[in-house]
Write a protein that binds this ligand. Structure first.
Ligand code: SF4
Length: 325
């Protein structure tokens, strides 16, 4: 029997290159190695302001885009988090073995509380506890994540140790699996690529818009004129070239940038062409899938059924260990 892998993605059709490079590609590469469970994490999504009437559509859009990107529903389990209420039950229980001081030092909580300072809530604070419940409810051993989530997985391991010590060996300690693209910066070259920072390229974005955004993206700040030599090592466009361009194109840009042999616009055209070539088949599949509501709902329903069965078994064991049965 294969080990279980768990990962989640927030419900949005606006999945961007940061999600694609930092998470999705890694998930897809691991499909054959693990019994992979992927969740559209709607409980997490409601920890920040959102439009309730859009949520169901966002869930279907997210499902369509991850399948279009290569998450084969025949080789994995895809479901919506809130259809398995044991996630929140286990979250509550894990909350009783989680130190408040550990939650307070979480970088993501600090960032989000600044960003959403008017609506900081307990759900946002307890986000990593729910994330731990998401993972260990299925006794998953592997969690593919971006570098920014590694701290949460370390906390999850700590929570597991505390639970097992208190109530007896129950859960395995999951391992974070970091992909090749650990941290993808946005077009500002400063912050992590994120929709709220408005520095993204969307996976479903129109090719013209992609090139337009790339043309405005920040490069080596010391390269003011085309005749100034540049330093690719400090340029985010060059970092992105590594994920989309051929070795000879990367070598060409590296060499010519340093001697002002090419301008940034030419470099960005090479990148734009390669990004568009890679994501165009995904966009075509997404355009077709997003209108197949019944097909998407059936995939999610089958995933929920399987996850409900696993979750029920785990929670029986947990309740017994807690003296609740
Ligand atoms: S030529 Fe390319 S790598 Fe060099 S600074 Fe411009 S965008 Fe960056």
């Amino acid at each position: 029997m294969k080990d279980k892998l768990f990962s989640g993605i927030q419900p949005s059709g606006d999945i961007h290159l940061g999600n694609y490079l930092g998470a999705l590609k890694n998930w897809i590469a691991l499909l054959d190695e693990y019994d992979a469970i992927f969740s559209i994490v709607d409980y997490h999504a409601i920890t920040v302001p959102y439009e309730a009437h859009e949520l169901q559509q966002r869930i279907l859009d997210a499902t369509a885009i991850v399948i279009a990107a290569g998450l084969d529903p025949e080789r994995s389990t895809l479901f919506v988090q809130s259809t398995v209420p044991e996630h929140t039950e286990l979250c509550w229980i894990l909350g009783t073995v989680t130190r408040i001081s550990d939650l307070e030092r979480m970088t993501q909580f600090k960032q989000k509380s600044q960003q959403f300072y008017q609506t900081v809530n307990m759900g946002l604070f307890a986000y990593p506890v729910l994330q731990a419940a998401d993972i260990i409810l299925y006794k998953a051993k592997a969690v593919p994540v971006g570098e920014d989530q590694a701290q949460h997985i370390e906390l999850c391991r700590e929570i597991v140790r505390k639970f097992n010590k208190t109530y007896g060996e129950t859960f395995p300690e999951p391992q974070a699996i970091l992909g090749e693209a650990k941290r993808i910066l946005g077009l500002d070259g400063q912050a992590k690529m994120s929709k709220t920072m408005d520095n993204t390229i969307g996976l479903a974005e129109d090719p013209k818009s992609i090139q337009k955004k790339l043309n405005k993206a920040v490069t080596d700040p010391a390269r003011v004129r085309k005749t100034d030599p540049g330093n690719p090592n400090i340029c985010n466009i060059f970092t992105l070239q590594h994920f989309f361009s051929t070795p000879s194109e990367i070598e060409y840009v590296d060499r010519e940038c340093r001697v002002a042999g090419i301008g940034c616009l030419e470099c960005k055209k090479i990148l734009g062409k390669n990004i568009i070539a890679e994501i165009l088949p995904i966009q075509e599949k997404y355009e077709n899938l997003k209108y197949q509501k019944k097909y998407l709902q059936d995939i999610l329903a089958a995933g929920s059924k399987r996850c409900q069965e696993i979750a029920a078994t785990t929670m029986e064991e947990v309740r017994e260990k807690l003296g609740m049965r």
